[in-house]
Design a binder for this molecule. Structure first.
Ligand SMILES: Cc1cc2nc3c(=O)[nH]c(=O)nc-3n(C[C@H](O)[C@H](O)[C@H](O)COP(=O)(O)OP(=O)(O)OC[C@H]3O[C@@H](n4cnc5c(N)ncnc54)[C@H](O)[C@@H]3O)c2cc1C
Length: 399
């Protein structure tokens, strides 16, 4: 039976960074990470937009505000040190009409409180950054927003973790908790301390340990549509003002690391946790569970799930996606947007009692286990400082 001081479940960006941080803090300890897939980063961490966010969407009292600004800097430094390509193309947040202007002001105020470099600019200045941009009167420019290929980052982090002595066991699925040991698809593991960073399955695993009582993960699918226009056709990321009542940012333009453009991601309710394509990874119990939850939210929710779901389902249509994006940029031609990219699924936490989507990262644990429950966007950006925070919480729980 493998024996470890720390057993980390999940080889996404959060599990890998927690495992590395634990090894650094406890050089004599055995740190083992189990990942059910044949490689790390096969889910959200390898399928996201690859945007290093700057940190102005989040209220100053949130963990997201605390870690996005620093995470942006630390991940930018990491990519530069490792020679991982990074596109420091910045980002414009635009107003579609006069009703959006107060929300631009709110984002500016949050950014200032969070210590983020931001510029309140007019239409002319916005067009000097991106000549095709459409905005009403004003826009926000964030110079520190950047993009990377998340798969490059994950490969480098996995290699670092292995070199630093983290034992990574691939193709090993957590099944059940049994006292001091953990049952997996490769037999039982003895674990001094368990860290659950299982993304889409984190709530289920937490429940085995007596946590996540009031939460359940609601999966939302993010689709991307790629443009075949040549690199450089769009110079910067362009986002609309988001609906600040929910954690999604609306259909936007992302400039990839090689200068191409994609639109998305959507936030379409998924019916099972890994519903990437067709009936792949279909699970009847998951489907029944999630469909029941969604049906309940349809009749009552604090974030108007019905409206969100109806709007998002329409984005399965290519023409709908392109017409939404065309509100942000001039001369958008549908014929350029023919290729759907690899989708990602958000492990969004729902408070089942208040029927509310959790907006911030959620951590629950004790002196035996710690559970990362809502590592949604921008957890990729936040991964380095957030993982340090998880380790601080573990130390506080153990002592
Ligand atoms: C569409 C989309 C776009 C996004 N865009 C951005 C962005 O631009 N910028 C940003 O900062 N963030 C973004 N995010 C958020 C970011 O990708 C996630 O917050 C982050 O990757 C979460 O990392 P994680 O390690 O918690 O989860 P994951 O990457 O999902 O990792 C969890 C791992 O646990 C494993 N696992 C699950 N169950 C078990 C089990 N039983 N046994 C063993 N292993 C198990 C899974 O296989 C998986 O590898 C986006 C997310 C999505 C979905």
């Amino acid at each position: 039976m493998p024996n470890s001081d720390f057993l980390v479940i999940g080889g996404g960006v959060i599990g890998l960074n927690i495992a590395r941080e634990l090894r650094q803090r406890h050089p004599d300890a055995d740190v083992t990470l189990i990942e059910k897939e044949s490689g790390c980063g096969q889910h959200a961490s390898g399928r996201n937009s690859g945007v290093l966010h700057a940190g102005f969407y989040y209220t100053p009292d949130s963990l997201k505000a605390r870690f996005t600004r620093d995470g942006n800097r630390l991940l930018t430094d990491y990519c530069e040190r490792k020679g991982i390509p990074i596109n420091k193309c910045g980002k414009l947040v635009v107003a579609r009409d006069a009703d959006d202007l107060p929300f631009l002001d709110e984002l500016l105020a949050r950014g200032r409180k969070n210590g983020v470099e931001l510029y309140d600019i007019d239409e002319v200045e916005a067009r000097s950054i991106e000549p095709r941009v459409i905005t009403h009167q004003r826009a926000i420019f964030s110079p520190n927003t950047a993009s990377v290929n998340p798969a490059d980052v994950m490969r480098a982090m996995q290699a670092d973790a292995e070199r630093e002595g983290v034992r990574i066991h691939l193709g090993v699925r957590y099944l059940q908790q049994k006292g001091r040991s953990v049952r997996t698809s490769a037999g039982d593991y003895q674990a001094g301390y368990v860290v659950n960073a299982a993304g889409l399955y984190a709530d289920k695993i937490a429940k085995d340990f007596g946590f996540s009582e009031r939460y359940q993960i609601l999966p939302f699918k993010g689709l991307y549509l790629y443009s075949d226009e040549p690199p450089g056709s769009v110079r910067t990321n362009i986002y609309p003002v988001p609906d600040l009542r929910n954690p999604f940012l609306g259909v936007h333009y992302t400039v990839t690391v090689d200068g191409r453009v994609k639109i998305g991601p959507t936030a379409i309710p998924a019916f099972w946790r890994e519903q990437y394509q067709g009936y792949g990874r279909f699970s009847l119990p998951e489907f029944a569970d999630i469909a029941r939850l969604q049906l309940g939210l349809f009749t009552q929710s604090s974030f108007d799930f019905k409206r969100l779901a109806m709007e998002e389902m329409r984005k399965y249509s290519r023409s709908r996606m392109v017409s939404l994006a065309a509100g942000l940029l001039r001369d958008v031609d549908q014929r350029h947007y023919l290729r759907w990219g690899k989708p990602g699924i958000r492990a969004q936490l729902l408070d089942v009692r208040s029927r509310k989507l959790e907006m911030d990262f959620v951590l629950e644990g004790d002196d035996r286990s710690m559970h990362v429950l809502n590592a949604v966007s921008p957890a990729f950006t936040c991964s380095i400082p957030f993982s340090r925070h998880v380790c601080d919480r573990i130390e506080a729980a153990v002592h």
